[in-house]
Design a binder for this molecule. Structure first.
Ligand code: CTP
Ligand code: MG
Length: 241
C-alpha cells in the first residue's frame, strides 16, 4: 500500500529569528519545505504529499512546489492552522479515504535521508500502529523545577540516559489511528484543555495506543535555531561535494 505524507509547514519559525516563515527560508538556495518534500517524494513508499502551508501563503507555496521537479508525485497544498497539531489535522483531512498509511514530517527537517522515510513506512506496513524514528541522546538530561523569576532551577532527578531517545520525523501511522487521536484531542481541547503534546505519536500515547521506535538519523535534525541552519548548510555542502 502506498503511503501519503502530511507536511506541517505553517509555523513562523520564531526561534530562527526574524525573516520569512521558516518553511520558506533557504538552504543551499532552496526553501526548507522544498527539501523536505523532495526527501519524502524520493521514497517509493510515498505516493502523495499534502503540505499544510501558512494560511496566507497557500498560493505562494503551491507555485513554489510546482516549479520544482518532484518525481511526478502528487503534491497538494492546504492552509495550515494556529498550532502544529491543527496543521496536521487539516493536512490529514485532505488525504483520500482509501490511503491506509500516513507519515507526518516536519518541513523543518529538510535533510532526512530517504532510508529513514522507507524504514518508518515499512514498520507501519509490517503491522505497527504508530512508529517514530529516534536517536540516542548525547547530553545527560535533568528534570528541573522551572522558576518563574528565572533564578537557578532546582534539579528534580536525572533519568537514565540509556533509556531516552530524541524523537524525529517522519512519524508513521495507520491512518485511522492518527485520525482518531486527532479528533479526540480536538474534542478534549474544546471541553477544557489538555497539556500540549509536541508530536503526533504523543497523542497516540495519550489515548492508550502503542508507539514503537525505529532508528532515526543524525541528518534528520530539526532546523530550529540559527546554528541549525549553519549545520544544515554544511551537511548539504558535504553531500554535494
Ligand atoms: N508548524 C505548523 N503549524 C503551526 C506551527 C508549526 O505547521 N501552527 C510546523 C512548522 O512549520 C514546522 C513543524 O511544525 O515544520 C515543527 O515546528 P517548529 O520546529 O516548532 O516550527 P515553528 O513553529 O515554525 O518554529 P518556532 O516554534 O520557533 O516558532
Ligand atoms: Mg513551534
Amino acid at each position: 500500500a502506498v503511503a501519503a505524507a502530511v507536511v506541517p509547514a505553517a509555523g513562523r519559525g520564531e526561534r530562527l529569528g526574524p525573516g520569512a516563515p521558516k518553511a520558506l527560508r533557504e538552504l543551499g538556495g532552496v526553501p526548507l519545505l522544498v527539501h523536505a518534500v523532495r526527501a519524502l517524494a524520493r521514497s517509493r513508499a510515498v505516493g502523495l504529499v499534502v503540505v499544510a502551508a501558512p494560511p496566507d501563503g497557500v498560493a505562494e507555496v503551491a507555485a513554489l512546489l510546482d516549479n520544482h521537479g518532484l518525481d511526478g508525485k502528487d503534491i497538494r497544498v492546504v492552509a495550515g492552522g494556529a498550532t502544529r497539531q491543527e496543521s496536521v489535522r487539516l493536512g490529514l483531512a485532505a488525504i483520500p479515504a482509501e490511503v491506509e498509511i500516513v507519515l507526518v514530517h516536519d518541513a523543518a527537517r529538510p535533510l532526512v535521508p530517504v532510508e529513514v522515510v522507507d524504514a518508518v513506512a515499512a514498520a507501519v506496513r509490517a503491522g505497527a500502529e504508530a512508529v517514530v524514528p529516534a536517536v540516542p541522546l548525547a547530553d545527560t538530561v535533568k528534570r528541573v523545577e522551572p522558576q518563574a523569576g528565572g533564578g537557578p532551577e532546582p534539579v528534580v532527578d536525572t533519568p537514565d540516559r540509556a533509556t531516552l531517545r530524541a524523537v524525529q520525523t517522519p512519524q508513521g501511522f495507520r491512518r485511522e489511528v492518527l485520525h482518531e487521536v486527532h479528533e479526540k484531542a480536538l474534542a478534549e481541547e474544546a471541553s477544557g484543555g489538555l497539556p500540549p503534546v509536541t508530536d503526533d505519536a504523543g497523542l497516540v500515547e495519550r489515548f492508550g495506543g502503542r508507539v514503537v521506535v525505529v532508528p532515526g538519523h543524525e541528518e534528520a535534525f530539526k532546523v530550529t535555531r540559527p546554528l541549525d541552519l549553519v549545520l544544515a548548510e554544511a551537511v548539504l555542502a558535504r553531500r554535494r561535494a
